[in-house]
Write a protein that binds this ligand. Structure first.
Ligand code: HEM
Length: 385
């Protein structure tokens, strides 16, 4: 914590330098003394707060599952066909590509080369760079003018002037486009992957699944709707989410760079050093977590361990000044999505998977997803609406 300010820049992967994205990205801009980074964080979190407040005033729940980007991005619904670059499947493929490529590395990550003045990319960015993703998110996918049809992205363009006045002149159109790209890339796969891992763990741990259902019966009885306000009454569901994020942190590593030379615990960290925080390994430390590889939500029951950056043994959202920008949204979204799936439906594995077990192997990228996507059979539960 003491050195957080000086260790909170980011190294930049060459794969993300194409189109100059990293020069405007809230994920890669240095945190220290950077007006654009500060303005982007403020803009995104204020939009998010405004969205939730609007819903709270109207007494409406935040429908986080159906429109992941609604909050924090535009404040409006973004329908499937309004996604830049096409439909949901292509969008997901692009997000995967963008988050997997940096982990594969470029020659130029090891042997840095000059940045291209025209596009902002390095020489390695055409060696391995997100093609579909950069086309649909960063470079050409969003119009410079306003297209005739009303879409979610138009809302962004509409509010550009207002945002610029409210925040800071550093936020030009390309920077706002970069922010939206970042929120989509950082926020979609990380959240849906967490729900997928939680379902996989519950399906192979029937006792835990049973406890979730018992909690629903006890707290919600025979109701047919689950509201966001119910979530705080479901401590076992909270414990399931914590245990899922402990075992399967959807962002398993985060990267920082030292802005200055720092002395820490007898070590010297020279200025410019790239630092990897291995969240996955911290979450499986046997001296901190008894039986660390076991899915055991009970370990969180009756404790105040949370993932808001105060407990260094549980850091799925990182910590310090670079703590996940989407934490409030992700928090609501994951609990609500998971609870909705489990409340309205009973789940079981298809025959083959029942016999052989679920393939729990991981696919490495910036987002740690399931190597074999989970398939499960749903039947309507007695609480089905
Ligand atoms: C389960 C869901 C999520 C997890 C586990 C997660 C995790 C993380 C982690 C570990 C970091 C790095 C923090 C650090 O370096 O200390 C991060 C950063 C970030 N996250 Fe998330 N995140 C999630 C959802 C979201 C959502 C929904 C959004 C946006 C709507 C989002 C936007 C961001 C952004 C923009 C950053 C970069 C912040 C910066 O560098 O200043 N995340 N997230």
């Amino acid at each position: 914590r003491l050195h957080n300010a000086r260790l909170s820049s980011r190294p930049t992967f060459d794969a993300w330098r194409g189109g100059g994205h990293s020069l405007r990205s809230v994920i890669t801009l240095p945190a220290r003394d950077d007006a654009t980074w500060r303005a982007l964080r403020r803009l995104a979190s204020e939009e998010l707060a405004r969205h939730v407040a609007r819903r709270a005033e109207r007494g409406e729940p935040v429908e986080v599952g159906r429109h992941v980007f609604e909050a924090g991005v535009t404040g409006h619904r973004v329908a499937r066909d309004e996604l830049p670059g096409g439909g949901v499947a292509e969008h997901r493929r692009n997000v995967r590509e963008t988050t997997e490529l940096p982990m594969k590395g470029n020659v130029s990550d090891l042997f840095p080369a000059p940045t291209c003045r025209a596009c902002g990319g390095g020489w390695g960015s055409w060696w391995r760079s997100p093609t579909g993703a950069s086309r649909s998110f960063s470079c050409g996918g969003w119009p410079d003018g306003k297209p005739a049809s009303r879409g979610g992205m138009n809302v962004v363009l509409d509010r550009e002037e207002e945002w610029r006045k409210e925040t800071n002149p550093v936020l030009d159109r390309n920077t706002i486009k970069a922010l939206i790209t970042d929120l989509i890339v950082a926020g979609t796969d990380s959240s849906s992957t967490t729900v997928e891992w939680a379902m996989a763990e519950l399906l192979q741990n029937p006792v835990s699944m049973q406890k979730v259902k018992e909690e629903f019966r006890r707290v919600l009885g025979t109701r047919t709707q689950i509201e966001e306000s119910d979530i705080s009454q479901l401590p076992y569901v909270h414990a399931v989410v914590k245990e899922t994020l402990r075992l399967h942190p959807s962002i398993p590593m985060t990267f920082y760079k030292a802005d200055a030379t720092v002395e820490m615990q007898g070590y010297t960290i020279p200025k410019g050093t790239a630092i990897i925080l291995n969240i996955w390994a911290i979450h499986r430390r046997p001296d901190v977590w008894p039986d660390p590889d076991r899915f055991l939500p009970e370990r969180f029951m009756g404790t105040d361990i949370s993932f808001f950056g105060k407990h260094p043994e549980l850091l799925p959202f990182g910590g310090g000044r670079r703590i996940c920008l989407g934490l409030p949204l992700a928090y609501r979204m994951i609990h609500m999505l998971l609870a909705t799936l489990l409340f309205h439906f009973d789940w079981k594995l298809p025959d083959g998977a029942e016999k052989d077990g679920i393939d729990m192997s991981e696919r490495l990228g910036i987002v740690l997803s399931m190597a074999t996507p989970l398939k499960a059979l749903a039947t309507k539960s007695s609480n089905y609406m």
